[in-house]
Design a protein around this ligand. Structure first.
Ligand code: HEM
Length: 424
């Protein structure tokens, strides 16, 4: 069965993700009526839409059968794909980070930084991260009894943490935030570089390409600096690292910085902002964590499930295969819908309820398998520290205006969460 056109259009429509309910309804319908079926929105090649939790895991587990890099890793129109290939000498990717790699490169490049993100090494950062968190909560408290929690805290805190890890100076953080929002928010007129609703493919790809170039210019200078003066930061690991005895390729090194400097904060910011939104709307959930800080890990997992800031990744079949009773042909493209997997009624009881006591909570928001999120322990740690400090000082929160989500079908979350709060 082919997915009805209105549903197919919805799942690639950035504004449906801004609306929230429109995508939730589309995926709920798909999970029930066509859990694994082909979609072909106008202007796109056909692709399989993988909506069930079990099928997402099944695809991600088989990373030799379902490759990342053979086609675009993000759903793309035929025209945009043609344009990118034209710019990149036939490659479907503007960058070549871990996300676009398969083995053997993937394993070799991942090994380079993996050590920096394991819990025992992250523990060394605990004290410093707590200082940063307390600093942002002090600034929030100084605003009186209201703030926009997304803009004033959630966007800035994970940004500051990951920029310290990379080695980007504080003065450059606003630039990094702007570039990240221009990249992930390229379809959102409030965030993209043009300030308009981009409908033209050429303009869309050019806009993204110009943001990528700005990042590359910045990190190129940083590479030169860290080669001359290595420090104890991630930039020095990337600048001086070797793969099979050779320095990293230029595109690969630049892409490594870019993924850390974008995915390394925007996702955590979205999750933190979404958690606040959910607690402001569900005071009984706030009250539970307030009464028992032992529930903070539960709050974190539930907010990651709830927010699911990475909306999809694509995979490409390297051979004919069977999945959930369907025949997938070699070369077929698959859209893994993480938000759908995280609302799967077969795995989560009352999936549309925000429940800090949900156990188990085996969400797929960090992906699974060889490409599982490299920064998941850092993300959890940042959120744990923030909420530990937050619940010590904040007595109550409530919404103070209309929260808003950004428009994007790849990575997105709330862009505004106005709250009123009481301190102790
Ligand atoms: C709540 C926060 C975060 C969420 C929900 C998230 C989600 C994801 C997802 C879904 C993937 C793809 C996994 C797959 O294909 O199976 C991924 C990959 C990745 N994430 Fe995260 N992420 C978060 C935070 C971070 C942080 C803090 C970093 C820090 C640098 C980071 C760095 C990466 C990298 C480098 C990859 C590529 C891994 C690979 O392909 O091998 N992420 N993330």
């Amino acid at each position: 069965m082919k997915i009805p056109q209105d549903v197919a259009q919805t799942i690639v429509d950035p504004f449906a993700y801004a609306d929230g309910k429109r995508v939730d309804d589309a995926f709920a319908w798909l999970r029930k009526e066509a859990p694994l079926a082909q979609a072909q929105p106008e202007g796109f090649d056909p692709f399989w839409v993988v909506t069930r939790h079990a099928d997402i895991l099944e695809v991600e587990r088989q990373n030799e059968l379902f490759h990342n890099g053979d086609r675009s890793t993000v759903v793309t129109t035929i025209e945009a794909d043609r344009k990118v290939r034209e710019m990149m000498g036939g490659s479907p990717h503007l960058v070549r980070s871990l996300v676009q790699m398969d083995n053997p490169d993937h394993m070799a490049y991942r090994r380079l930084t993996q050590g920096s993100f394991v819990p025992q090494n992250l523990r060394k950062l605990e004290e410093r991260i707590r200082e940063i968190a307390v600093g942002f909560l002090d600034r929030m408290a100084a605003q009186g009894d209201k703030c926009d929690f997304a803009r004033d805290v959630a966007f800035l805190y994970p940004l500051h943490v990951v920029m310290e890890v990379i080695g980007v100076p504080e003065t450059d953080e606003p630039r990094m935030l702007k570039l990240t929002q221009e990249l992930f928010g390229s379809a959102d007129p409030d965030l993209n570089r043009t300030g308009t609703d981009i409908v033209d493919t050429d303009a869309g790809v050019d806009t993204i390409q110009s943001v990528v170039m700005d990042f590359m210019m910045y990190f190129n200078a940083m590479t030169e600096d860290r080669r001359a003066n290595p420090r104890d930061d991630l930039a020095s690991v990337i600048a001086n690292g070797t793969i099979n005895g050779e320095p990293l390729g230029h595109l690969e090194a630049m892409s490594y910085y870019i993924i850390a400097a974008t995915a390394g904060h925007d996702t955590t910011s979205s999750t933190t902002a979404a958690a606040m939104w959910a607690m402001a709307e569900n005071p009984e959930q706030f009250a539970k964590v307030k009464a028992d800080p032992g529930l903070i890990p539960g709050l974190i997992e539930e907010s990651i499930r709830w927010a699911t800031p990475v909306k999809h990744f694509m995979r490409t079949a390297t051979a004919d295969a069977e999945l959930a009773g369907q025949k997938i042909a070699k070369g077929d493209w698959l859209f893994l819908s993480y938000p759908s997997g995280n609302r799967d009624e077969a795995v989560f009881k009352d999936p549309f309820e925000f429940d800090v006591e949900r156990t188990p909570n085996k969400h797929v928001a960090f992906g699974y398998g060889a490409h599982v999120c490299l920064g998941q322990h850092l993300a959890r740690m940042e959120m744990r520290i923030l909420w530990e400090e937050f619940f010590k000082r904040v007595a109550s929160v409530e919404m103070n205006g209309e929260p808003k989500r950004m428009a994007a079908s790849f990575v997105c979350g709330p862009k505004s969460v106005p709250i009123r709060f009481k301190l102790h």
